[in-house]
Design a protein around this ligand. Structure first.
Ligand SMILES: [Fe+2]
Length: 166
């Protein structure tokens, strides 16, 4: 008999995983740290590496939010204003990410593009995390943040595995 050590469905209710808000906030802190490193380093290769990490992580983050968290948010709260604004901000960020990914780090505008992306993300994160923002609204709603956290994590791991295999 093969012993499978899958815990996600059996450990529900006592999950060791972060809930949805915890998981999304951890992503935010990680990307902020990379942006800070980017602004400090003069090394072009390091900049390229950090920008790659940032773009990849933000792409996964935006995707799991759009596929899992945002639909659950609008269903539970009916708050179209907050939801739609977040979706539009994601679209703007994704456009900039695609441009950065297509760019050479030697391009004169490379650093400026990454800096503008940092500012966009800073604004977006603030809107999500501030008092009365999307996350605090989600906490007050009847969204099951524990289950959503598991779904976000599962989808995140799937996307990361696909990116690695590509
Ligand atoms: Fe977002």
């Amino acid at each position: 008999m093969a012993s499978k050590s899958r815990s996600s469905s059996t450990a529900r209710g006592r999950s060791k995983h972060a809930d949805a808000i915890g998981l999304l906030k951890t992503d935010h802190r990680q990307v902020e740290a990379w942006f800070a490193q980017f602004s400090r380093t003069k090394n072009q290769q390091k900049k390229r590496q950090l920008a790659d990490h940032i773009c990849d992580a933000l792409t996964v983050h935006a995707t799991i939010e759009e596929e899992v968290f945002y639909p659950a948010f609008i269903e539970a709260t009916g708050d179209k204003d907050t939801h739609h604004e977040a979706v539009v901000e994601h679209a703007g960020a994704k456009k900039l990410i695609a441009e950065i990914q297509a760019m050479s780090p030697d391009d004169d505008y490379y650093d400026a593009m990454v800096t503008v992306l940092a500012e966009m993300i800073k604004h977006h994160v603030k809107e999500e995390e501030q008092p009365g923002g999307m996350f605090s609204e989600a906490k007050k709603s009847d969204m099951d943040l524990q289950v959503l956290g598991e779904q976000l994590l599962a989808r995140k791991q799937e996307l990361q595995a696909t990116a690695k295999a590509a």
